[in-house]
Write a protein that binds this ligand. Structure first.
Ligand code: HEM
Ligand SMILES: CC(C)=CCC/C(C)=C/CC/C(C)=C/COP(=O)(O)OP(=O)(O)O
Length: 299
């Protein structure tokens, strides 16, 4: 960390910020929907506990990510105000908070819900912290493709919490989030490329250039679309999900093609890229919402 005055003590808002609450809302929502889409109903108290554990585990992973990369966060405009780079918290506090919360979430999931859900939660925390943050983020532009798998586990965790098992549908939901992550993130990376370049993070637009990034966004959208729609023809969902998936995915596809076929311009003129990034978030919320609506209508 850069030499900065620490204005301790950090208050609860700083600890909350360590958990990346805005990003984690979607992580928790996909976990909740994975649970509600399962064919076995879960007792509401256990269901609440499982979702709480996903939220706490994801928050713990976010805190450990910020503990490890306070030096990077200090170099980027978007992240400079976080509790560690802004000097509002000791690094040790973030480490203790992250480790404590991670252990608590996994143990609670294992004791109160079931062991398979606790194991997948552990894997996702370790994946985000060790595979993405510590190992890949500073080394390769494929960091978010491989490490991004961490964010795809929650639907599997939710399903496992309800059933004690995994199946084809939650695996397709995992694949959907996995294949969605590159277009989601690279759309953003195109318009914050300078920030990543300044911090020396090898994100795709920095290392391979914008043209390659645009093409990759288009290419990942194709299998993502196939996986998004697949549950309907496979008979795993009904037409409510199927029609919503077709419409939402077609919109995603149009926005992705606009970005993929566009010529490079200045960062402040990247409206299509910003539109794709914003829609990517709405898209996952709506897809998982449609999945649950489909289940409830069928029930
Ligand atoms: C390695 C994979 C990913 C990377 C590198 C990434 C990166 C980012 C970045 C840099 C932002 C900008 C704003 C911020 O920092 O709050 C963002 C926003 C967001 N991301 Fe991702 N993301 C990834 C995967 C995911 C996943 C898997 C989800 C959920 C399923 C997700 C959900 C969101 C949401 C909801 C926002 C908007 C937050 C807001 O409104 O401020 N992201 N992402
Ligand atoms: C259940 C569980 C443990 C889920 C993990 C959730 C997870 C992996 C979410 C990934 C989304 C995320 C915060 C990416 C930020 O990347 P970054 O850290 O490079 O972003 P930054 O530049 O904002 O720090």
């Amino acid at each position: 960390m850069t030499a900065q005055t620490i204005t301790l003590p950090a208050d609860w808002r700083d600890f909350l910020a360590l958990t990346k609450p805005r990003v984690m809302t979607l992580v928790v929502f996909t976990g909740l929907c994975g649970m509600l889409a399962a064919p076995v109903p879960i007792h509401p108290v256990l269901g609440f506990t499982a979702v709480l554990c996903i939220a706490l585990g994801a928050g713990a992973a976010g805190a450990l990510n910020q503990w490890y990369e306070a030096d990077l966060d200090a170099k980027m405009k978007r992240t400079q105000g976080r509790p560690l780079p802004a000097g509002r918290m000791e690094r040790e506090s973030a480490l203790h908070f992250g480790v404590g919360l991670a252990i608590f979430s996994v143990v609670l999931m294992g004791l109160a819900v079931n062991v398979p859900a606790a194991i997948i939660l552990t894997v996702s925390i370790l994946f985000y912290v060790l595979v993405y943050t510590v190992w890949l983020k500073r080394r390769t532009p494929q960091n978010i493709v491989i490490g991004g798998a961490a964010g795809a586990f929650p639907p599997l965790i939710g399903w496992a919490a309800a059933t004690g098992d995994v199946a084809l549908l939650p695996f397709l939901l995992f694949s959907l989030v996995f294949l969605w992550t590159p277009p989601h993130f690279w759309a953003l990376a195109l318009f914050v490329k300078t920030d990543y370049a300044n911090a020396g993070v090898p994100m795709l637009p920095v290392v391979a250039g914008e043209r390659v990034t645009r093409t990759q966004i288009g290419l990942y959208t194709i299998p993502m679309a196939a996986v998004a729609v697949a549950p309907w023809p496979l008979g795993l969902t009904g037409p409510i999900y199927g029609i919503a998936a077709c419409l939402l995915t077609a919109t995603f596809g149009v926005l992705a093609v606009q970005v993929a076929t566009r010529r490079t311009g200045p960062e402040d003129k990247m409206k299509p890229e910003k539109r794709l990034f914003a829609f990517s978030i709405l898209y996952l919320f709506a897809m998982f919402g449609a999945l649950v609506a489909d289940r409830w209508v069928a029930a």
